[in-house]
Design a protein around this ligand. Sequence first.
Ligand code: FAD
Length: 465
Amino acid sequence: MQLVWFRSDLRVLDNMALTEAMAQGPTIALFVACPQSWQQHDMAPVKQDLIRRRVQALQQELAGLNVPLLLVEGSTYQKIQSVFEQLLPLGIARVYSEAEYELRERRRDESLQNWLAVQGVAWWQCDRQCVFAPGSFVNGIGAMYQVYTPFKKRWLQRFAEQGVQVLAKPKPQAPVVLDLPELTPMQSGDNSSADWFVHQDEVLQQLRRFCQQQVQDYKKLRDVPALDATSRLSPYLAIGALSVRQCLARLQFEVGVDLQQSESGASVWLSELIWRDFYKHVLVAWPDLIKHQPFQAETAAIVWRNDKTLFQAWCEGNTGYPLVDAAMRQLNQTGWMHNRLRMVVASFLVKDLHIDWRWGEQYFMSRLIDGDFAANNGGWQWAASTGTDAAPYFRIFNPVTQSERFDPDGAFIRKWVPELAKLSSKQIHWPHKLPIGNTYPAAVVDHAKARQVTLELFRQARQQS
Ligand code: FAD
C-alpha cells in the first residue's frame, strides 16, 4: 500500500506525490491537523480554518478517485510519528509527500524519514512548491541570486526553454478495502474562513476568470485597493489548493505570455509569481532567515524604539493615518490585505513608528489567511530595508501621499473607516485640520519628524558595523 501525506499541497490536480503513489499501486492518503505546531508558527486562526475546510473538500475529491483520505486530529509535529505507528500495520510500503521549506517542517520530515527507514518503509519526496526547485538556480559564481531582477531574467530564460508542465488528475483506482485503526478524527474549524470557497472547481473558476477578464488591466489597476483588480488567489497558493504551475498554464492558455513584452498585464502578473518563487529560493539558500535574522547583517544593529502603545494603535487601526488604519482594519476583519497596503503599513510600522519589523511580521502571520513565511518575511524585510533587494532605507513611504495616489477618491478608506465616510475626497486623506469630533484618533506621530529619526537610526547602525 502507498500512502500520500498531504501538507501544503492540498489538491488533486498537479500533485506529483499523489500521481506517483497511484502509479505504484493501491494508495491511501493522510492529513494530520497539528494545531499546537500551527500556533507555534503563529498561523492565523482563519488560515487554520481554511485548511480544515479545504481538506474536507479534498476528501470528497479524492473519493472520486477511490483514494480514502484519513483526516486525523494531531497536536504537534513531534507526535506525528504515533499516527504513522498506527497506520503501518495496514502494510504501508512507501510514504509520499511534497517538500516544505521551513525549518521545523524540514526537521519533522527528517526525523520521520529516519524512523520510517528503521521500520522498512520507503520515503519519497518531490520539490514542487516553486516552478523551479530552490537550489536549481545559481548565478555566475555558483551562488543563489541575492537580487530579484537577475533572478527573474534567469527564471524567464528557463521558462522559455522548458515551459511548464501541469500534471493531470490521476485515473481512479480500484476501491481499497481497509481495516482502519482507531484514529482521532479531525475536528471542524471555527468557520471564520467561510467567505473563501474551498472546492477545487471554484478555485479554478476564479483563476480562469482572472486570466480571462482581469489580467489585461492588472498593470494599470493592481495598486488600487478599492478595486478587485488582483487575483486574490494567495490563500490557495499558500495552502497548495492551487499550484503556481496551474496559474502559469492558465495564463499562457488564456492570453499567452510574451516574454519580450514585459509591459503587459500578463507579464506583470507573471512577475508576481516569480517574486513568490524568488522568496522561497532565498529562504532555502539562507535558512537563518527562519531564525528571524535580517538578510543584511548590519541592520541587526538598529535600535528599534518598540513602543507598545504605538504598536497597539497600529495593530488596531487607530494611528490617525486613514489609509494605514483602513488597511489594518481590513486585515483584522477579513484576514487579507491588498499588496499596496501591505507595503504601506509595513513601512509605517518600521519607518514612522520605529518598531522592529519582526513584530509586524509576526502580527501579519497571526492574522493573514494567506500567511506564507517566505513571502511575508521577504515583504517585511523589503519594507524595512533589511532584506534582499530591499528598498533603500532613505526611501520612506509617505502614508498620506500614498493615500492620495492609490485611493484618490477615498473609497477604500470610507469602507473601512466609517468615522471618515462623510469627508470629501480631498479631506479624507488627512482629516486632522477638520472638526471631526473625537471618534477618529489624532495622528500618533508626525511623519516628517519620524522620517528624520529613521534616517538617524539607519545612520547609527551603519556607523557601528
Ligand atoms: P496577485 O497580485 O494576484 O499576485 C498573484 C500571486 O503572486 C499571489 O497570490 C502571491 O502568491 C504571489 N505574489 C504576489 N506578490 C508577491 C510578493 N510581493 N511576494 C511573494 N509572492 C507574491 N503574500 C503571501 O502569499 N503571503 C504572505 O504572508 C505575504 N505577506 C506579505 C507581507 C508584506 C509586508 C508584503 C509587502 C507582501 C506580502 N505578501 C504575501 C505578498 C503580496 O502582498 C500578496 O501575495 C498579495 O497581496 C496576494 O494577493 P493576490 O493573490 O490578489 O495577488
